[in-house]
Design a protein around this ligand. Structure first.
Ligand SMILES: Nc1ccn([C@@H]2O[C@H](COP(=O)(O)OP(=O)(O)OP(=O)(O)O)[C@@H](O)[C@H]2O)c(=O)n1
Ligand SMILES: Nc1nc2c(ncn2[C@@H]2O[C@H](COP(=O)(O)OP(=O)(O)O)[C@@H](O)[C@H]2O)c(=O)[nH]1
Length: 226
């Protein structure tokens, strides 16, 4: 059997993790696991972990490492036969160590996007809260302004996407991400991409993945995912 491929995407809020993950999933057949979406699913389903996590998210806090790990690791263990791309986890060094203990990552994609670009993007980001679908009023607008394409429900903007909140969020991201990035750099699996446009970063990520993912695996995964 071909070797499976396991990757993580890191980047500050608004750096395009979700946007790029969707492209990786559809072009390479990897399963995209967004920890934010998975949390929202657990909250909606009122699982034990979801109920506990909800209280932190509502306060604007990060979910504690032990709870986050208890939620994500079993989900990943269900995906042992799949290649995957993880987005939003690990968010702390403790989460990175927990991930290390259950699998060997093949690649870490780290997005390095200028602050002004992040501010500008997040100002225009609109979300469909129930599904986590993300729009941008300029980059990928919904078909009807303010309305989710699939459900027809209203879109909202997050308080924390406002420019005033972003500087603090970004500082926090940098503090948390530095030891994680150092860890993956030391393992020799870190690939950093710097630009202001997802469409300019994407060809580099795409060719890197093409060189690392065996094509028979891509075909097999695509067949099982769709
Ligand atoms: N490892 C993680 C992932 C998510 N969260 C919580 O889940 C929320 C939603 O996560 P996500 O969808 O990844 O969105 P953001 O944190 O807003 O990040 P981004 O803007 O990068 O998408 C976070 O704010 C945080 O409270 C967390 O605590 N720990
Ligand atoms: N203008 C512009 N917007 C982008 C680009 N890439 C992503 N976006 C938008 O920027 C916002 C943040 O992207 P998202 O993928 O949610 O980033 P994440 O927070 O890292 O997951 C969303 O509204 C995207 O639609 C880009 O290259 N240009």
């Amino acid at each position: 059997m071909s070797k499976l491929f396991r990757a993580v995407i890191l980047g500050p809020p608004g750096s395009g993790k979700g946007t790029i993950s969707e492209r990786v999933a559809s072009s390479f057949g990897l399963q995209h696991l967004s920890s934010g979406d998975f949390l929202r699913e657990n909250i909606a389903a009122k699982t034990e972990a979801g109920v506990l996590a909800k209280a932190y998210i509502e306060k604007g806090a990060l979910v504690p490492d032990d709870l986050m790990t208890r939620l994500i690791i079993p989900r990943l263990e269900q995906m042992t036969r799949h290649s995957w791309l993880l987005d939003g986890f690990p968010r702390t060094l403790a989460q990175a160590k927990a991930l290390n203990s259950i699998c060997e990552l093949d690649m870490v994609i780290s997005l390095n996007i200028p602050l002004e670009t992040l501010k500008d993007r997040l100002r225009h980001r609109w979300i469909h809260p129930a599904s986590g679908r993300v729009y941008n009023m300029r980059f990928n607008p919904p078909q009807v302004q303010g309305v989710d394409d699939i459900s027809g429900e209203p879109l909202i903007q997050h308080e924390e996407d406002k420019p005033e909140a972003l500087v603090a969020r970004l500082r926090h991201y940098k503090d948390m991400a530095k030891p994680i990035i150092d860890l993956y750099r030391a393992k020799g699996i870190l690939h950093m991409f710097s630009d202001t446009e997802t469409d300019r970063i994407w060809p580099h990520i795409s060719s890197l993945l093409s060189s690392k993912i065996p094509t028979d695996l891509t075909d097999a995964q695509r067949a099982t995912n769709h």
